[in-house]
Every structure is written in structure tokens, then in C-alpha cells.
Design a protein around this ligand. Structure first.
Ligand SMILES: NC(=O)c1ccc[n+]([C@@H]2O[C@H](COP(=O)([O-])OP(=O)(O)OC[C@H]3O[C@@H](n4cnc5c(N)ncnc54)[C@H](OP(=O)(O)O)[C@@H]3O)[C@@H](O)[C@H]2O)c1
Length: 334
């Protein structure tokens, strides 16, 4: 397995991390046994970084990962590094109820996550979205206290912009920023990447396949459950979807010429953007995992990169990456 550093202060991690969100939430039903088999297969293939959030299925995702780690061979369990997001508040009916980044809440969230995961420390801990009522220094300061006590190894960030990155980094060493980055979500290139690179902060990129949209497997006739994120994501609606699937057709031609899949082109493109970037892949089945890991063997030369840019130039997607009210929570979009 190829590895990459998670920023200048974080651990060395597998060049692709596994994002477990879809195994519990947001993309419709997932098969529990297959999810656990996928985590085991990822560990077996040398994946070390596993990303979750305590709010993914309201604890379900952490308990699932906990079970997968418990039932994995000891050597595989020991190689696993957990990246956990907290702070998003939920209702018993599954609704979303804002964010809590107060220091006491941070420690409370961490105490529960450690139990659910069945680990004695979390490797990277981050608030999912900035709590607008709590200065980032207080939230990051609370994580730094957890680092001092050994419950957390590294502080991370999620979906924050340049100014917040600087404030957080002035409070504690930051290993990585988790943020959406793909061929059709290139917003970090102008203002965020220059700052993370200046400060030695790594990127864990999510939505590398734009939630399946640019995976080559998504079709316009796909039936989505009402609680599937894509049922209300602007990029998956009507004419936007038709336009965006047209971009995928253009990518497919390049993929076919290279004898690889569309998903592998999309992941390899993110991998090609810098050693400081670690794509998180949202595989929840072993066949998807195998396909995604295959991207590590795809070499994109200058001609390939030019053809890809030509097929999907910056800003090519129709529709925002989140619905309007969720965009409002993104510090990175201010
Ligand atoms: N910090 C944040 O705000 C934030 C936000 C979202 C996600 N994340 C993290 O990032 C991780 C990845 O995000 P994501 O799940 O949106 O990523 P993604 O990789 O863009 O999308 C995953 C979706 O792509 C589909 N897919 C098709 N082919 C695939 C392949 N070969 N490999 C993997 N997936 C394939 C999956 O399809 P199927 O329907 O076939 O399973 C799944 O629905 C999440 O699991 C989560 O841990 C963080």
C-alpha cells in the first residue's frame, strides 16, 4: 500500500482512506455484513485510515467500525487509524439540530465515541462543522486537551475556510483538513490549499466521486430513498443531473482509452493533485473497494491530465455541492 503523510504533524497513512458514512447513513440502506467485510478487506489491502462521524446513523457507524475492528485479526486492528467527526446534533427521528462545539460537549462526544469504537484513543478528531456560537479556538483547545490526556492523537478540521484554518493552527498543531474535493468540486484550489500547504496541514478529500455521481455507476433512472442525500442534492436533480452525467460520459471515453474505470480516473485525478492529499473512498461493498483501490495503479501523464481537464473543466458541474441550507453551515464557502 502506498502511503502519504497526514500533514507535517500527523501520521503516515494509506494513500487512500476508507470513509464509512454510507455504511450507516445518507446513501440509503447498506448491508451490515457486507459493510464489515468491506472494512476487513480494506484493512487486509493495507488501508490504515478509517473515517467516521459520531452522528452517522447516530452512533451506528462507530459501533459498526468497533465491531469490524474487534473481529479483525490483531495485526489488522492495530494498523487502523480512526478519524472521527463530532458536533452535529441529531433528533431521535433522524433530523439535524445544529452543531455543538463547546469544550464540555467536545469531551462528552469523545467519551461516547471511545466507547462505541472500543478504542482507547481516537487518531484524528474534528468538529464536522464550526459551531457559530463557539470560537474555533475553544473547540480546538478542547481537542488539544484531549490530546494532552492521550484520548486523541491529532487535531483535524472539517469544511473550514482559510481564516478559520489559520486561527485553529494558531491554537494547536493541525494534522489535516477534511473537505470536499473532486473533479467537479474544486473550490479548495484558490484559497484553501495555499493556506494548508503554507501551514503543513494535510487534506483528506471526501466526495471524490461526488457521492457516486461521477463514479460511472450512477444512472438517471436510479430510485433513491427519500432520506438519501442525493434525493435532495442539487447536482442530482433534473437538468443538473443530465448535464453532470454528460460530464461522466466524457470521462468514460478517457477511461476506456486507458482501460480503466470512470471511478478510477476520478480517484486517480485527486491522487495526482499532490502528496498532501489523501482521498477518502466511500466504498461500502467489496467490489467497489477493489475498484477504488485500483486507482492507485493508474498513472495519469500530462496528456491524460489535459484530456481530463478538457472533459471536465473547473466549474463544469451544474448545481451546488450541498442544498442551500446546508451550504450555509460551510465555513469553507464564506
Ligand atoms: N467532512 C465532511 O463534511 C464529510 C462529508 C461527507 C463525507 N465525508 C466522509 O468522506 C467519506 C467519503 O465520502 P462519500 O461517501 O461522499 O464519497 P464518494 O466516494 O464521493 O461517494 C461514495 C458513493 O459512491 C459510490 N461509488 C460508486 N463506485 C464506487 C467505488 N468504486 N468506490 C467507492 N464508492 C463508489 C458509492 O456507491 P454505492 O451506492 O454503490 O455504494 C457511494 O454511494 C464518507 O464516508 C465520510 O467518511 C465527510
Amino acid at each position: 500500500m502506498q502511503t502519504r503523510p497526514l500533514g507535517s504533524t500527523g501520521p503516515q497513512v494509506s494513500a487512500l482512506g476508507l470513509g464509512a458514512m454510507g455504511m450507516s447513513a445518507l446513501y440509503g440502506d447498506a448491508d451490515r455484513a457486507e459493510s464489515i467485510a468491506t472494512i476487513h478487506a480494506a484493512l487486509e489491502a493495507g488501508v490504515t485510515l478509517i473515517d467516521t462521524g459520531d452522528f452517522y446513523g447516530m452512533g451506528h457507524n462507530e459501533m459498526l467500525i468497533g465491531e469490524a475492528l474487534r473481529t479483525a485479526p490483531a495485526a489488522r486492528r492495530e494498523q487502523a487509524l480512526t478519524s472521527v467527526k463530532f458536533g452535529a446534533l441529531r433528533d431521535p427521528d433522524g433530523g439535524w439540530a445544529g452543531y455543538d462545539g463547546r469544550p464540555a460537549a467536545v469531551k462528552n462526544f469523545a467519551a461516547y465515541s471511545l466507547q462505541r469504537l472500543g478504542v482507547d484513543h481516537i487518531d484524528v478528531y474534528r468538529i464536522a462543522r464550526v459551531d457559530p456560537d463557539v470560537p474555533i479556538e475553544e473547540t480546538v483547545g478542547a481537542i488539544a486537551e484531549l490530546v494532552e490526556k492521550g484520548y486523541v492523537r491529532h487535531v483535524g478540521l472539517s469544511e473550514v475556510g482559510a481564516e478559520t484554518i489559520r486561527r485553529a493552527a494558531a491554537t494547536a498543531p493541525i494534522a489535516d483538513l477534511q473537505i470536499e474535493y473532486s473533479l467537479i468540486s474544486r473550490g479548495i484550489e484558490d484559497k484553501v490549499l495555499p493556506v494548508t500547504r503554507e501551514l503543513g496541514i494535510g487534506i483528506t478529500a471526501y466526495g471524490v466521486l461526488s457521492r457516486g455521481l461521477i463514479s460511472g455507476h450512477f444512472t438517471a433512472d436510479r430510485q433513491l430513498a427519500p432520506n438519501d442525500f442525493r434525493a435532495f442534492s442539487p447536482r442530482f436533480q433534473g437538468e443538473n443531473l443530465q448535464h453532470n452525467l454528460g460530464l461522466v460520459d466524457a470521462l468514460r471515453k478517457i477511461a476506456e482509452q486507458k482501460g480503466v474505470s470512470v471511478a478510477q480516473i476520478a480517484i486517480a485525478w485527486v491522487l495526482s493533485r499532490g502528496e498532501d492529499i489523501v482521498p477518502l473512498i466511500g466504498a461500502r461493498r467489496r467490489d467497489r473497494l477493489t475498484e477504488a483501490l485500483g486507482a492507485l495503479d493508474v498513472t495519469l501523464d500530462a496528456a491524460d491530465l489535459a484530456a481530463i481537464e478538457d472533459a471536465v473543466p473547473p466549474g463544469a458541474a451544474a448545481g451546488e455541492r450541498y442544498p442551500e441550507q446546508q451550504m450555509a453551515h460551510l465555513d469553507s464557502e464564506r
